[in-house]
Ligand binder design. Sequence first.
Ligand code: FAD
Ligand code: DHB
Length: 394
Amino acid sequence: MRTQVGIVGAGPAGLVLAHLLHRQGIDSVVLERQSREHVERRVRAGVLEHGTVDLLTEVGLADRLLRERMVHHGLELLFEGEAYRIPLRELSGQDITIYGQHELVKDLIAARIATGEPLLFAVDDVVLAGLDGVTPTISFTEDGARRELHCDIVAGCDGFHGISRDHVPDGAATYYEREYPFAWLGILAQARPSSEELIYAYHDRGFALHSMRSPEITRLYLQVRPDEPLAEWPDERIWSELRSRLARRAGGWTLSDGPILEKGITAMRSFVMDPMRYGRLFLAGDAAHIVPPTGAKGLNLAVADVLVLAGALDAWFRSGNSALLDAYSQTCLRRVWRVQHFSWWMTSMLHRAADADPFTHQLQLSQLRYVTSSRAAATSLAENYVGLPLPGRG
Ligand code: FAD
Ligand code: DHB
């Protein structure tokens, strides 16, 4: 088998890249370890920046998204039992879109299949070779048989736990990492959202987040310890904890509940690889960097990476000019570090470490009071939250 770009991973990064390349007349093969059913059911992100939505719209990937999404003009910060609204649209001129990542992945898979180009699910034992030469190969097992794919370029879009990054030799990249002493327990519930907008809550018992997927489905998160087994969180404990952390001093607000459809715990970390490249291997999305989820940025960052990569590959395949490809990592990392800072900042402001000292707690409250009372501070939050312009746009 031969292709121009071998793409490892059919998450948002791999699938959007495949689509952009197809529009530019560049062939690719997408290899995914999981089954189609698995990736279409994996519940994760929910917030899309306006730039992500605009890009998906321009390239014909947003028909269902534009019909079914929820558009939010603001969000709430809740602390000391009081809720404060950050009017995103008024402050930044932009809105955010709520649309489940797995719904987007379904749309991306359907679009890929419609092109007739290869997207192979359930492939095993993916191994990369020849990355420092001109014809890298990807070998993998499909239906029990070992196969080899010869490429010009390999795109490592296989997420944080993928294998692409492991093929970068020791010393060829620098890794920056921070682990946080907490994790998120996320649930999807058959319950009407209790508020029209997202609520980010700082509470003595820890962070909580109220989000949603549709007028009938709520998405909620609770800060928990990273080592906490899900078994310690029966449904009633989750609801009771959410009710405490999302309560308002004045009363009059109730959290609607309902059957829990999905439950999971996610560790939180910040991670950046620099450069996001080794020879003919280009890493994109969570394979190259991870942000803690508090800023709702990971998926959006993955899309920004592949937009840059697709543009650079277009120039290179068309004219042999490697300037954009050589600048790929640097171009992406400028945005990555801005988003890293924002995500770290939101995380630090809103979470409560088990051993938090009173000084830190006062700093957090002061920061929350500032961001909810100063137009300048709120505008900074809003402009980062709705998303800074994508590279090369604006
Ligand atoms: P992934 O989605 O991880 O896709 C990688 C793919 O590669 C997967 O399909 C995987 O099965 C496949 N793969 C792995 N190993 C191999 C292999 N060896 N061979 C072949 N295939 C392989 N982001 C936001 O922007 N907004 C949010 O609101 C938000 N909320 C989040 C909430 C939670 C609880 C979590 C966990 C994440 C959230 N994120 C959010 C982050 C977002 O989900 C990720 O950043 C996003 O999925 C990254 O996309 P990706 O394509 O880079 O990686
Ligand atoms: C959602 C996830 C996030 O990480 C976030 O910051 C806001 C909302 C969500 O899944 O809806």
